[in-house]
Ligand binder design. Structure first.
Ligand code: PGA
Length: 250
């Protein structure tokens, strides 16, 4: 059975003190929210160390929202996987649709990041998902298949055990338009079959999160679907009560 993982993608939100407060509120209730669910918080780079101090000794894990696939060098403005590993990061969100859209990240480039993060002993949360126009054209399966095959090219079955996938239909992110549980599960099933094709038995153990307007009032039915193994939460992760209500919905 894949592990259930619920991650909060704080995006470019919260001051340093607000991040510390939010992390401490999450830690306070994390234990009783839902045993057996792994919780991850992903603040902006500059707040990671402070948040790490707050979650120390708790079951809450630390995530980053991006990284550059080289250890060091002339890459102005970037942060490497080895730097993130050195400060205790466990998970790195990669290929988020906002990075694909605003920073023109391709499947091939994200593939390099996934290899880099795995090589440094962290777990990538690899985001895939179709645009509204792609869904309307009926090409969701082709888009997601290409993202999975190119993004995960060269990943061994052994490495696959440390990969997390987030299926995030782009039209559902931050819009309040959530995919129906059936729409989401259909794509999750497609992803599961692709992972098994790529990695055999190891593909059956990969956590596949849903992301896109997941909230306390819709989380229960999404998380009840056979192939939905958690969530990548944006807006609702900015309030500890909402985030923990989603966790309890599992
Ligand atoms: P949302 O964001 O929950 O605000 O839709 C999800 C995400 O972008 O990861």
């Amino acid at each position: 059975m894949p592990k259930t993982i619920i991650a909060g993608n704080w995006k470019m939100n919260k001051t340093l003190s607000e991040s510390v407060q939010l992390a401490s509120d999450v830690v306070k209730s994390a234990g009783k929210a839902s045993p057996g669910v792994e919780l991850v918080v992903c603040p902006v780079f500059t707040h990671i160390e402070a948040v790490k101090e707050v979650i120390k000794g708790s079951p809450v894990k630390l995530g980053a929202q991006n990284c550059y696939p080289a250890d060091s060098g002339a890459y102005t403005g970037e942060v490497s996987g080895s730097m993130l590993k050195a400060i205790g990061v466990d998970y790195v969100i990669l290929g988020h649709s906002e990075r694909r859209q605003y920073f023109h990240e391709t499947n091939e480039f994200i593939n390099k990041k996934i290899h880099h993060v795995l090589a440094h002993g962290m777990k990538p949360i690899y985001c895939v998902g179709e645009l509204l126009e792609e869904r309307e054209k009926g090409i969701t399966p082709a888009v997601v298949t290409e993202q999975i095959e190119k993004g995960l090219a060269g990943i061994t079955p052994d490495q696959m055990k440390n990969v997390v996938i987030a299926y995030e239909p782009v039209w559902a992110i931050g819009t309040g338009k959530v995919a129906t549980p059936e729409q989401a599960n259909e794509v999750h099933l497609l992803i599961r079959n692709l992972l098994v094709k790529l990695a055999g038995e190891a593909g059956k153990e990969v956590t596949i999160q849903y992301g896109g307007s997941m909230k306390p009032d819709n989380a229960g039915e999404l998380l009840a679907q056979s192939e939905i193994n958690g969530g990548l939460i944006g807006g609702a992760a900015l309030k500890a009560d909402d985030f923990l209500a989603i966790v309890s919905a599992k």
